[in-house]
Design a protein around this ligand. Structure first.
Ligand code: ADP
Ligand code: ZN
Length: 618
């Protein structure tokens, strides 16, 4: 079956061979191969099945409904909460030659009427709508006229109150399902715990959906933690070592975001702020300039980034400690969507943790308080860990990272020295044991350390802990050092802290055995290394493309993007331009062989880029 057959072969019940599907991917979107699960999902969607797809950010969810939309007949309706993203997605589709439009509150009434006429005439393959639109009277009747082939629910976790981003308007989608019982639904999200997943499936009343869950591992991202001491100067040096790379610096407060933007600018690094203290106008303009590669760094609060699909974000720096791991993972996920290496840096300080802790202490709802504490605890654990950070992150999403060394986190790249701590371990383990024995219950690690170091305080007095044989046996070691050792014993599984019970510490079975058998215990050294101003992996590797040509191609892209009034990545991604700068194709046919070059873009922009290649290469 060839492409022409598919396009002529109209019905929703399509079965398409793998070759033809790949041809269609190339023709419309320019990609040479599917990302994991895309092809399976697309096949199910084309066969009219309900699908639930959990793919990480950058996993390529959009193609899962966009390709079926161009292959079958009828309209694919995409429900998305991200009004800013709709315009970009529609621009990107239009540029690729796929007729698409959106309806949301940002449009003038006349524009809406014109688009509705287009929908009545069957002009479009895809329609993006905000969930608010579903509440409008007559919208269901409009949809009936428009020959809807399927519904795609993007950011589907928004329908669940168990998720981190509940939007009540999403509940209206259930009415839609009731109204169109025979149309397939595709639910897509990048964040969902088991509970949220079940909730989505139930609320959307998906019928025997095929459930796809991709790995959350992002192999092209490198994770590092750096002490905050010496920042922001260390950040300036680090950014200077990566000229020409674009990225996001996240801060917790407006003041901090603004301070960073000012600091970077004062040091000759083109940066703009993005936070709620700026007018919507200024925010929009700053975001645009970042998307269009006019400015390479954006210093932002977490308000920034939902729905940013700029593909060439080379780094995401968290200047302040984030509130939870889930948010951290989502924010770092905005780096490296193009699949090229990208870096994620977390600046860590105890000051930040203390600030959060006192903030949490002020919360009045005890449930909220304990949730916030547990989340912060996990975040702290991530920062403290001596183990692989990738493994730690993936474990948070219930995924086990296979393999010892991930090769792209600070702990795997520069493992810290290992030292024998058998003696210290014996002291700590026996102290925990004796305290439990005496009181019949447990204590938090800070109190254990007070007893070890012989600190006589109220709590010691209250429990008569000064009478224990282990009182003061760890005097020769500083409390901070004990904290580290305790963290290591936890990582090694010799002690455990019960989060549900005020983090009370106890020996595990393995810890009990280590105590009685005096098993040697090897721990890793403490301090995380400060951020090195060395070049990024991407910059270190001798570029395998012609840099002069790359810059010239970028300039041409900027010019075209300006003319068309769209973000630069809508024209071609950096990855495509690098490939062009590497291969320097001299004909349109050669250019088409590059992944990311589809037929419509080839026809529209191919000659212009060829001219640039000829001019530079002579
Ligand atoms: P998500 O919505 O899952 O975060 P997107 O759909 O925005 O991800 O895709 C992320 C990036 O990957 C986009 O730049 C997209 O064009 C690109 N992409 C998607 N599928 C493929 C593919 N099969 N090959 C190469 N690039 C792809
Ligand atoms: Zn690792």
């Amino acid at each position: 079956m060839n492409l022409a057959d598919i396009e002529a072969g109209g019905e929703t019940m399509l079965t398409v061979g793998p070759g033809a599907l790949r041809d269609a991917l190339k023709h419309h979107f320019g990609f040479d191969a599917f990302r994991p699960l895309q092809q399976e999902i697309i096949n199910d969607v084309l066969s009219g099945r309900d699908v639930f797809a959990l793919l990480p950010t950058g996993g390529g969810k959009s193609i899962c409904f966009q390709l079926p939309a161009v292959l079958g007949s009828g309209l694919t309706v995409v429900i998305s909460p991200l009004i800013a993203l709709m315009k970009d997605q529609v621009d990107a589709l239009t540029t690729a030659g796929v007729p698409a439009t959106f309806l949301n509150s940002s449009l003038e009434p006349e524009e809406v009427r014109e688009r509705m006429r287009g929908l009545d005439a069957g002009t479009y393959r895809l329609l993006y709508v905000a969930p608010e639109r579903l509440a409008l009277p007559r919208f269901a009747a409009d949809l009936e006229r428009w020959n809807v082939a399927r519904f795609a629910v993007d950011e589907a976790h928004c329908i669940s109150e168990w998720g981190h981003d509940f939007r009540p308007e999403y509940r209206r989608i259930a009415d839609l399902r009731a109204h169109f019982p025979d149309r397939p639904f595709i639910a897509l999200t990048a964040t969902a715990t088991d509970r949220v997943r079940d909730d989505i499936i139930e609320r959307l009343a998906l019928r025997a959906p095929r459930v796809y869950v991709a790995s959350f591992n992002r192999p092209n991202l490198t994770y590092r933690v750096s002490p905050k001491q010496g920042a922001p100067d260390s950040l300036v040096a680090w950014l200077r070592a990566r000229p020409g790379e674009a990225g996001i610096v996240y801060a917790q407060s407006r003041a901090s975001a603004q301070m960073l933007a000012d600091k970077l600018c004062a040091n000759g690094i083109a940066a703009l702020p993005y936070h709620a203290g700026l007018s919507a106008d200024v925010r929009g303009r700053n975001q645009d300039r970042f998307l269009r590669d006019d400015v390479r760094v954006i210093c932002a609060t977490v308000a920034f980034g939902m729905g940013i699909n700029k593909s060439n974000v080379r780094f995401v720096v968290h200047y302040d400690v984030p509130k939870n791991v889930e948010g951290y993972y989502q924010e770092t996920g905005r780096a490296g969507r193009d699949g090229l290496p990208a870096e994620c840096i977390l600046y860590f300080s105890h000051g930040d943790i203390n600030k959060f802790e006192s903030f949490i202490a002020q919360k009045t709802d005890p449930k909220e308080q304990s949730v916030a504490r547990a989340q912060l605890e996990k975040m702290t654990r991530y920062a403290y860990t001596n183990g692989c950070r990738r493994r730690e992150l993936l474990a948070y999403f219930g995924e086990t990272f296979a393999g010892e060394n991930c090769g792209s986190c600070d702990n795997c790249l520069d493992p810290r020295a290992e030292i024998d701590a058998t003696l210290e371990a014996q002291k700590l383990l026996s102290c925990v044991y004796r305290m439990r024995q005496k009181a019949g219950g447990g204590f938090g690690i800070m109190h254990v350390i007070d007893v070890l170091t012989g600190k006589y305080n109220k709590k010691v007095e209250q429990w008569q802990h000064q009478e224990l044989s282990t009182f003061g046996i760890g005097k020769d070691v500083a409390p901070a050092r004990w904290r580290h050792i305790a963290g290591e014993l936890m990582r090694l599984g010799l002690i455990a802290a019960d989060a549900a019970q005020f983090k009370v510490v106890s020996l595990t079975e393995q810890g009990r055995l280590a105590l009685v058998k005096r098993t040697p215990v090897v721990i890793r050294e403490a301090a995380v290394a400060p951020l090195q101003a060395s070049k990024s992996k991407a910059a270190q590797a001798e570029p395998d493309y012609d840099n002069e040509l790359f810059e010239a191609l970028k300039a041409a892209r900027r010019e075209i993007a300006g003319e068309q009034n769209v973000p630069a990545f809508v024209i071609f991604s950096d990855k495509v331009l690098r490939a062009m700068a590497r291969e320097a194709p001299s004909t349109l046919t050669a250019m088409r062989a590059i992944s990311g070059v589809g037929d419509k873009k080839l026809a529209d922009f191919g000659e212009r880029f060829l001219t640039v290649i000829r001019a530079v290469r002579g």
